[in-house]
Design a protein around this ligand. Structure first.
Ligand code: ATP
Length: 216
């Protein structure tokens, strides 16, 4: 697995995505200019860190005024590679997969679902939010034909190995993995984000325990 943030720490990339959300909020409030201290307050990050991050990527403010919001949004989107639409395929149209297909936020961020896949014949051929569900057997051909760059996995963990036989890892560049399986992508040029929702809750449980101990 290759880290595509190479050269830039992942923490900075995560901060950039946070800035972007704050900038959208400011834009919705019809603001044109924003100061680094305002971004810092909105994001809960030190203003010196905000300024350093933007300078590192060549985004400079107007002295004494702040940053032009529209320009900064453009710049951050460019840095994050969000200025071109990316084709996404989802595998596993269960409860979670269905919710993801219905989420408008992906399209707004330039991620387009071009197809969904399942092995359940009662689901194949149907549509969720306009997105057609195809037979998993056709995945390989579909990835090729539709320039799928990103896969979202929302299948049971036990299904992962068999699915990987159908994924062309030369074509797919990123996987958002909602299963708890470790993906067989060692040594491949592919970026993976693992989102194990149960693990997230376990982390919250741990932090809660720590906080309660401190308070006692
Ligand atoms: P969810 O877990 O998303 O809430 P669920 O409980 O309905 O949904 P799961 O058993 O987790 O279902 O499976 C999610 C989806 O993955 C189902 O629609 C199932 O048919 C599909 N699925 C299971 N195995 C495979 C596979 N090998 N290839 C493609 N799809 C699969």
């Amino acid at each position: 697995m290759e880290n595509i943030t190479s050269g830039v720490s992942e923490i900075i990339v995560i901060r950039l995505t946070t800035y972007l959300r704050c900038l959208y909020i400011a834009k919705r409030k019809r603001k044109n200019i924003i100061k680094s201290v305002e971004i810092a307050k909105l994001c809960g990050i030190k203003s010196s860190v905000v300024r350093k991050d933007f300078t590192q990527f060549g985004a400079f403010g107007i002295k004494g005024k702040g940053y032009e919001i529209e320009n900064l949004i453009k710049k951050v989107r460019e840095i994050l590679g969000l200025n071109t639409m990316k084709n996404v395929a989802l595998i596993g149209v269960g409860n979670l997969g269905t919710a993801l297909l219905k989420y408008q936020g992906f399209f707004d961020a330039n991620f387009k679902f071009v197809g969904a896949f399942d092995l359940n014949y009662q689901k194949i051929g149907k549509r969720v939010n306009g997105i057609k569900i195809y037979d998993i057997k056709n995945l390989k051909k579909f990835i090729d034909k539709n320039s799928v760059e990103i896969i979202i996995l929302s299948v049971p963990s036990a299904a992962v190995r068999s699915i990987f036989k159908n994924i062309d890892l030369k074509k797919v560049k990123g996987i958002l993995n909602f299963t708890s399986a470790i993906l067989p992508c060692e040594g491949k040029k592919i970026y993976i984000r693992n989102i194990d929702l149960s693990r997230e809750l376990e982390l919250i449980s741990f932090c809660m325990k720590k906080c309660l101990k401190k308070e006692a």
